[in-house]
Design a protein around this ligand. Structure first.
Ligand code: MN
Length: 449
């Protein structure tokens, strides 16, 4: 099933939740992203919610009140859980039915919502009163490398004579990441320690990372899985994608450059990965899909198992990504954060479908709640570079912050905030919320407890 534009995407739809109608909200009624929240002091375990304006719809409460029926009821029952994994294992038609009934319950001037509005209004939780948790129990996490510009830039720093390896234009390159250290937005990130070698002539040493970086990426959540031994064909790959979030692949560049050969990133990446709390469904993104950018002249065609006409026509998602930095000093002084980059997910060399199909092409099974990272989303222009490694050219061209501080890599107290949004003429703008993390120095506070 190809998720198509339907009534729930109509740009003129408004909600009786007034904050959902403000032009710059990330969560108008056309979005309806899912997450998991908890109220401080609340006895309730984590609950599935849907973002609408500055409110969260408590799904379990709506279910108990009997607000859903038909296939949407099946999906709503899967939401009575502390994670989205159950919902992710239902099929897209079931998830789509839930979206339609939610849209009807929340829209203004609709016969179906009028009677239920007072009831649903009782099940709204203000976002400011809630803690947003990790939405998914991630079983496996794999991180790709799908931006040609990022791969070329990084390659030219690590291997000046051989920047882009010959496999890049044939293979969606990736590595197996670490699920246990995936954290929710807002979790502080402890500066990792590791083994580094500062100069080729020196002995390696163990100590705090001196080249800590972020990477702006898109997280792709797997919905329906596949059987071990049965690859997912590219024609049906998007049926296995539940939705997207923002992902910060924190990276220790000094550890990475010493450890990465011959088996790829290991401890340089596995200390933390931050996810934004709201999962924007593939269906919500339908109006923002479009043709994949032409490959540069002379590049090979992807092999047949990675090529489908539908994917070439609709495989790119017009999703703008922005990264902001605020140092401790900037925040103390009340200065606004500095935008470091603005790039777009639609320009990647490999599509989500190609990454997912390639992942399973050897028979590897993926399961509901698995996570694929897109790789750093960089573009051709300097202000489209999605990490400090590229922005400062490995520290050679430091950034000057508004208060005069210099940055080659992240310092303790630096905060990185990522935003993502989709906007196109004739559509309602939708956003992803934020993906936030502050760097904390020193050893774990746990030792002092
Ligand atoms: Mn990465």
């Amino acid at each position: 099933m190809m998720l198509a534009v339907n009534q729930t995407h109509r740009p003129d739809l408004t909600s009786w939740v007034a904050s959902a109608n403000e032009p710059q909200t990330d969560f108008p009624i056309q979005n309806l992203p899912l997450g998991v929240f908890q109220r401080p002091g609340d006895d309730h375990s984590p609950r599935v919610g849907v973002a609408i304006g500055d409110q969260i719809v408590d799904m379990a409460a709506c279910l108990d009140a009997g607000l859903f029926d038909g296939p949407a009821l099946v999906a709503a029952e899967a939401c009575a859980a502390p994670t989205l994994n159950h919902l992710m294992s239902t099929d897209q038609a079931t998830q789509s039915a839930l979206r339609e009934q939610l849209s009807n319950l929340l829209r203004q001037d609709d016969q179906r919502s009028v009677g239920n509005q007072p009831l649903v209004a009782r099940f709204l939780v203000p976002m400011t009163e809630a803690t947003l948790l990790l939405p998914v129990a991630v079983g496996d996490y794999s991180d790709f490398y799908a931006s040609l510009e990022h791969a070329t830039n990084v390659g030219s720093m690590f291997r000046p004579d051989n920047p882009l390896l010959p496999n890049y234009k044939y293979v969606p390159i990736g590595y197996h990441g670490r699920a246990s250290s995936i954290v929710a937005s807002g979790t502080s990130i402890q500066r990792p320690h590791g083994q580094t070698r500062d100069q080729p002539a020196m002995e390696p040493t163990y100590g705090p990372c001196k080249a800590l970086d972020y990477e702006v990426e898109v997280g792709i959540f797997v919905g329906a899985g596949n059987m071990l031994g049965e690859p997912v064909p590219i024609a049906t790959a998007t049926e296995h994608i539940f939705g997207l979030c923002l992902l910060n692949d924190w990276s220790a560049r000094d550890i990475q450059s010493w450890e990465y050969q011959p088996l790829g990133p290991f401890l340089a990446k596995s200390f933390a990965t931050t996810l934004s709390p709201w999962v924007v469904t593939l269906e919500a993104l339908a109006p923002f899909r479009g043709p994949v950018a032409q490959r540069p002249l002379g590049d090979p065609r992807p092999l047949d198992y990675l090529t489908s006409p539908a994917d070439q026509q609709l495989g790119a998602i017009d999703l703008t990504l922005e990264v902001f930095l605020a140092s401790h000093r900037m925040r103390e002084a009340g200065q606004p954060s500095l935008r470091l980059s603005r790039s777009n997910f639609k320009k990647l060399y490999w599509t989500m479908a190609q990454m997912l199909t390639h992942h399973t092409s050897n028979g590897c099974n993926i399961r509901p709640g698995d996570l694929l990272g897109s790789g750093t989303v960089s573009g051709a222009a300097k202000d489209e570079r999605g990490c400090l490694l590229e922005l400062t050219w490995r520290g050679a061209e430091p950034l000057t912050l508004p208060d005069g501080e210099l940055r080659r890599f992240l310092e303790d107290g630096d905060e990185i905030v990522m935003h993502g949004y989709c906007e196109r003429p004739g559509t309602r703008r939708i956003g992803f919320g934020e993906c936030r993390g502050i760097i904390r120095g020193g050893r774990s506070v746990g030792y002092n407890c």
